[in-house]
Design a protein around this ligand. Structure first.
Ligand code: G16
Ligand code: MG
Length: 211
C-alpha cells in the first residue's frame, strides 16, 4: 500500500529525546524557569531556537538576540556532550527489525529530523547507510509542525506524500506528517498523539502490515 516510510530520529530511532530533555532542563533551571516532562512534550520535534523561545516565554524577562544565541549554544554544548557517549547499542528495540521489514517490502526509507546533530547521531549509531534519504535542519526552512520536512523527504525519495507512512514520537511531528498528507504512526501515548492514525507504545510494536 505504501511506497516509502519516513522515520523521525529523536525519540523513534534512539532516545536522544531524553538527552534533549536533560539539556533543556539544565538550561531552564539555570535561568530560574520552570521545566518538567509535560512542558517538554511541546518542545519535541521543535527546532533549537523555537524550543528556546518557548522556554524563555515561561518567564517575564526579555532576552537580546545575542543572549538567546548564547543560551542555545550552551544547551547544544551540553547535548553534544551527552550524545558523544552513544553507540550502536543505543538504537531502540525494534528499530532494526522495522527498517529490515520496510526494506524487504521494497519500499523507500527516509529520515526526517529538524536536528542539526542528526548525522552525528546516525554515525554514532552506525545506521546512516540504512536510509535512502536523510532530511535534516540544513535542508529545510521550517521546523516541525510545518509539513516541509516530510514533504521534502517524500520528494527526495521520488514518491507521492499520500503513498508515505510517517513515524513520529512528537505532537509537532505528527502534525507535520498529517499536514503533508501522509498516514501517521505515533510512537508513545494515544492521549498525547491525538492526530496520529495509529499509535504504538514503542518501536518494538512496529508491524508494517498493521497500517
Ligand atoms: C529534534 C528534537 C528537538 C530538538 C531538535 C533540534 O527533532 O526532537 O527536541 O530541539 O531536533 O535539535 P538540535 O538542537 O540538535 O539542532 P527531530 O525532528 O529529530 O525530532
Ligand atoms: Mg522525535
Amino acid at each position: 500500500r505504501y511506497k516509502a516510510v519516513i522515520f523521525d530520529l529523536d525519540g523513534v530511532i534512539t532516545d536522544t529525546a531524553h538527552y534533549h530533555y536533560l539539556a533543556w532542563k539544565r538550561l531552564a533551571e539555570s535561568e530560574g524557569l520552570p521545566f518538567d516532562e509535560a512542558f517538554n512534550e511541546h518542545l519535541k520535534g521543535v527546532d533549537r531556537m523555537g524550543s528556546l523561545e518557548l522556554i524563555l516565554a515561561q518567564g517575564s524577562r526579555s532576552y537580546s538576540q545575542e543572549e538567546k544565541l548564547a543560551l542555545a549554544d550552551a544547551k547544544n554544548r551540553h547535548y553534544v556532550e551527552l550524545i558523544a557517549t552513544m553507540t550502536p547499542a543505543d538504537v531502540l528495540p525494534g528499530v532494526l527489525d522495522a527498517l529490515a521489514e520496510v526494506r524487504a517490502a521494497g519500499m523507500g526509507i527516509g529520515l526526517a529530523s529538524v536536528s542539526k546533530n542528526a548525522f552525528t547521531v546516525l554515525d554514532k549509531l552506525g545506521i546512516r547507510d540504512r536510509f535512502d534519504q536523510v532530511v535534516d535542519a540544513a535542508l529545510i526552512a521550517n521546523s516541525k509542525p510545518h509539513p516541509e520536512i516530510f514533504l521534502t523527504a517524500a520528494r527526495q525519495l521520488g514518491v507521492d506524500p499520500k503513498d508515505c507512512l510517517g513515524v513520529e514520537d512528537a505532537v509537532a511531528g505528527v502534525a507535520s506528517i498529517k499536514d503533508a498528507g501522509m498516514v501517521a504512526v505515533g510512537v508513545g501515548s494515544p492521549e498525547v498523539l491525538t492526530r496520529a492514525d495509529y499509535v504504538i507504545p514503542s518501536m518494538a510494536r512496529f508491524r508494517l502490515g498493521d497500517y
